[in-house]
Write a protein that binds this ligand. Sequence first.
Ligand code: CMP
Length: 145
Amino acid sequence: PTQQTVAVVKPNALSEKENIVKKIEESGFKVSLSKEQQLTKEIAEQLYADHKDSEFFNELTDFMSSGPSLFMVLTREDAVMGWRALMGPTDPEEAKQSQPESLRALFGEDKLKNAVHGSSNVENAAKIIPVVFGEEAIATDNNED
Ligand code: CMP
């Protein structure tokens, strides 16, 4: 099915945003919405609500609120899985071994500064779109064909 997912270029990779967006478009995604923004710690905590019990939650949300990130809504057939495949494994070291062309292999530094983030499912994407892009983003998206 055609889906929407949220893609994030993390603060450590923002200088590579042109290269990353080029790869996204070459992979058949439509960038439906795009916004550069520095997250507050609070919104970073919302974005990573699923990880709130992990030992790196504080480090992760500190990093994600340390500088501007690029947020995008990507639309494509199987966008959630497709974007996760393009990102590659969470750990850039592993990505370099198993998927050297993936974004985390190319632009990631370590597990935390792994260049990009993506929604884990369509429900998470739908939840975070209005938080980052505002409530009006919902209506805008629904009007697209
Ligand atoms: P991301 O796709 O942003 O979703 C959750 C993030 O947690 C993940 O990518 C990593 O950046 C981060 N993460 C996962 N494991 C660790 C770890 N062991 N130490 C620090 N950060 C981690």
